[in-house]
Design a protein around this ligand. Structure first.
Ligand SMILES: *[C@@H]1O[C@H](CO)[C@@H](O)[C@H](O)[C@H]1NC(C)=O
Ligand SMILES: *[C@@H]1O[C@H](CO)[C@@H](O)[C@H](O)[C@H]1NC(C)=O
Ligand SMILES: *[C@@H]1O[C@H](CO)[C@@H](O)[C@H](O)[C@H]1NC(C)=O
Ligand SMILES: *[C@@H]1O[C@H](CO)[C@@H](O)[C@H](O)[C@H]1NC(C)=O
Ligand SMILES: *[C@@H]1O[C@H](CO)[C@@H](O)[C@H](O)[C@H]1NC(C)=O
Ligand SMILES: *[C@@H]1O[C@H](CO)[C@@H](O)[C@H](O)[C@H]1NC(C)=O
Ligand SMILES: *[C@@H]1O[C@H](CO)[C@@H](O)[C@H](O)[C@H]1NC(C)=O
Ligand SMILES: *[C@@H]1O[C@H](CO)[C@@H](O)[C@H](O)[C@H]1NC(C)=O
Ligand SMILES: *[C@@H]1O[C@H](CO)[C@@H](O)[C@H](O)[C@H]1NC(C)=O
Ligand SMILES: *[C@@H]1O[C@H](CO)[C@@H](O)[C@H](O)[C@H]1NC(C)=O
Length: 650
């Protein structure tokens, strides 16, 4: 989904996506924070216990998740429509995570702590950032926020139950060439802390839940070695991030690792390590009541008085030319470059012919953005972009979580935090509130830059869809929510216009074809066997005759892969890794004539104990029987192989 790259279709699993739910109740009110790897609004089924106003759904922003779950046309183009097989497991998984949190509630305490994570983020549009006023920039040491805020949840005996944290970095360590579902750097941080706190459990099964949430990451890249030209190794152009040969597509950010897996591991590990330390040392108790304030806002028509003489307005949604350039974390395919403040007659001509010309009103409203897609004026077959968005704040005692329906840049996030803090501080008990931005919450509306950054029209400015005053409108709206909380008048807030839910969603994705296999073989047969012996650090690989993973349907809490060790004491096989484990990679390889293979890799860590192992693969295949499709399960196993402890001789 994340790169909107039609070639990046799913073909395996790197790490799994989890929904992690946190429910807090102060005996009067209740709030739920869900760090899901999705952006879709949740249809919750708990009567009036969990409502629009007290449930925050916040995406980790992995770019390697399944697509096809968001009803607006622009987002359905690269996914070929609205895909039930994507949306149902996502929604059911999120609801299940809330069910579990609900069932496991017990009295406890919350502590907060914060610190800085180094070497894990880089501003990918420094030129836009530099357009912010100098006196404002001078107040900050860095052009990204390195802060990580941690909430530690314990029971009444002080035993840890979970951790929730926020850090601003894009989950784009895995690049668009990756075709495995992956939870990327933020998901890896969760995985590491959960493995640490739930020793001996398989991923997703321990009691301790660690959520790492997105924040004001709009202009923040994890690719810390920065962008350079992939073909020549030289620097990209600073202003337009393009390369002399190959243009935008060649200018790509890298690092800190040598490949994307290594970079994901390193960034995930940095965030995990800091959060773990902050968690261990958290002593400042979070006390005070819960509040939640939510409104729907029609973002196309918010008017804000910015000074005594001027009132400004947001616009109908539109994307600028630089949107199509992409970023240094994944460049676009065409010859667009970032920083365009003038249109291109060639592309504008094609756009006008195919999609229609943007109205003069919208063009003026978005100035200086040259409009590429006037999405607010495009309604076929369904509206291309949301107009109604959610604005929401929940306060958990002295922590205010500002749920933002998009990607705020570093400076936008700072301005919003400051505005909310100012309003809350009007109430004496809220003086010491820690304000945090929860990015990509509830609904997705691309980016939110400052007015000054917008003028530069790099990718983030071009993707600020409600025009140059988008941030001013949000500041106004969130101030209103914060004021209502400070004055305990949340119930007086107007609910706002309810967003539409479309019924006639299109789906152009064909059902997966029947599965074929080579003559004299069965699904699950091994076609490429393991070696008899491996050492720590090696990669085991085994290939099976496979069915299309789409035929396996909802695989939540099941696995396509196990790595098993033989336990000589019990004479039984014990599962040590699944397809959710960092150590395993499940690749599905589609061949001709509807045949396919599944290759499972196990990257043996240096700490892995020696022993006898096997790798199993589970799947389903589809056949026609009496002209009707029949789906059947299969499984296969590798030969048994040994992992020996490494010995080093000098
Ligand atoms: C990018 O900017 C450089 C000058 O800084 C210019 O030479 C180059 O043509 C620009 N590239 C594109 C594709 O516009
Ligand atoms: C993606 O990462 C792989 C290494 O894991 C690298 O070979 C490839 O060049 C990268 N591609 C892009 C577009 O960054
Ligand atoms: C948002 O407001 C505009 C301008 O008043 C209106 O035309 C549009 O229908 C509204 N959008 C929705 C979804 O209600
Ligand atoms: C109000 O803001 C506008 C637009 O930024 C500016 O042109 C104008 O001078 C400002 N007026 C006052 C009184 O500050
Ligand atoms: C992009 O490509 C088209 C077609 O090749 C060309 O007409 C146009 O001038 C190019 N635009 C830029 C900015 O290079
Ligand atoms: C925009 O305005 C110009 C001149 O005022 C006019 O020629 C043109 O037709 C208008 N375009 C649209 C889409 O209304
Ligand atoms: C492959 O699947 C397609 C779609 O179901 C079908 O039309 C085609 O006949 C199949 N080919 C073989 C060799 O089974
Ligand atoms: C399949 O097995 C049968 C019986 O063992 C044998 O006669 C035939 O040659 C085999 N076909 C292939 C393609 O291996
Ligand atoms: C499956 O793997 C075998 C062995 O490597 C290979 O010969 C065969 O072509 C592969 N089939 C597909 C569909 O990729
Ligand atoms: C477990 O038993 C097998 C055969 O019974 C033996 O080959 C193997 O060395 C034993 N493994 C360990 C770790 O003791």
């Amino acid at each position: 989904m994340g790169y909107a790259n039609p070639q990046q279709t799913a073909a395996g699993i790197h790490t799994r996506l989890y929904s992690r739910a946190f429910i807090v109740d102060d005996r009067r009110r209740r709030v739920v924070f869900v760090t899901a790897d999705v952006l879709k609004a949740l249809q919750v089924k708990y009567g009036d216990v969990y409502r629009q106003d007290n449930v925050v759904l916040s995406g980790t922003h992995t770019h390697c998740g399944p697509a096809g779950y968001f009803q607006y046309t622009l987002f359905m183009i690269s996914s070929k429509g609205y895909i039930k097989a994507s949306i149902e497991p996502l929604v059911n998984g999120i609801v299940k995570s809330i069910d579990r949190a609900h069932r496991n509630m017990k009295p406890g305490r919350i502590y907060r702590n914060k610190g800085e994570v180094d070497d894990s983020s880089l501003n990918r549009s420094p030129h836009s950032y530099l357009n912010n006023p100098e006196d404002e920039r001078d107040r900050y040491q860095w052009n990204t926020d390195k802060q990580v805020l941690v909430l530690k949840f314990t029971d009444e005996d002080g035993d840890g139950m979970g951790m929730l944290s926020w850090f601003a970095v894009h989950a784009v360590s895995m690049n668009y060439t990756n075709r495995m579902v992956s939870s990327d750097n933020m998901g890896h941080a969760s995985y590491l802390l959960e493995q640490d706190k739930n020793p001996g459990t398989l991923p997703g099964q321990g009691a301790f839940v660690a959520g790492f949430s997105s924040s004001n990451l709009g202009d923040v890249s994890p690719n810390t070695r920065g962008p350079h030209c992939m073909n020549t190794g030289l620097s990209c152009d600073y202003l337009n991030s393009s390369c002399p040969v190959g243009g935008t597509k060649m200018c790509q950010g890298f690092g800190p690792g040598n490949d994307m897996f290594d970079s994901t591991r390193l960034i995930g590990h940095n965030i995990y390590r800091k959060a773990k330390e902050l968690y261990a040392n958290a002593v400042e108790e979070v006390t005070g009541p819960l509040h939640s304030a939510h409104q729907w806002v029609n973002m196309t028509e918010v008017k804000v008085q910015i000074n005594s003489t001027h009132t400004v307005s947001t616009c109908k949604p539109a994307l600028g030319h630089s949107f199509a350039a992409g970023t240094t974390d994944g460049g676009g395919d065409l010859n667009f470059t970032q920083g365009a403040v003038e249109g291109d007659p060639f592309w504008d001509g094609i756009r006008d012919a195919l999609l229609g010309e943007p109205s003069n009103e919208t063009q003026e409203c978005h100035h200086p953005k040259p409009i590429l897609f006037s999405t607010g004026e495009m309604n076929w077959p369904l509206p291309w972009h949301p107009q109604i968005v959610d604005v929401q704040i929940i306060t958990i005692g002295s922590v205010a979580v500002v749920a933002v329906p998009g990607e705020m840049t570093t400076m936008s996030g700072r301005r919003l935090r400051e505005a909310v803090k100012q309003e809350l501080e009007a109430e004496a008990t809220l003086r010491d509130t820690e304000v945090v931005i929860a990015g990509l919450s509830n609904v997705y509306t691309h980016y939110i830059t400052t007015y000054e950054e917008y003028q530069v029209q790099r990718y983030e400015g071009a993707s600020t869809i409600y025009g140059p005053h988008t941030l001013s409108a949000y500041l106004h709206k969130y101030r209103g929510l914060a004021r209502a909380i400070a004055q305990d008048k949340v119930s007086e807030l107007p609910v706002g216009p309810e967003p539409p839910f479309f019924k006639k969603l299109f789906n152009l994705l064909l059902p997966a074809p029947v599965d074929r296999k080579p003559a004299n073989s069965s699904f699950g047969d091994v076609v490429q066997q393991v070696y008899p012996v491996y050492r720590q650090g090696d990669v085991v690989s085994v290939t099976f005759v496979a069915g299309n993973p789409r035929h396996s349907g909802d695989m939540r809490e099941k696995t396509f892969v196990t790595v098993e060790i033989y336990d000589n004491r019990t004479a039984a096989w014990e599962v040590v890794y699944t397809d959710a484990s960092w150590e395993t990679r499940f690749h599905w390889l589609k061949g001709s004539n509807n045949r396919s293979n599944a290759t499972v890799e196990w990257h043996i860590l240096p700490s892995t104990p020696g022993g006898s192992y096997r790798i199993k693969h589970f799947g389903h295949f589809k056949q026609m029987k009496a002209l009707r499709p029949v789906i059947s399960p299969y499984e296969g196993s590798s030969d048994v192989f040994r992992v020996t402890d490494s010995f080093y001789y000098e």
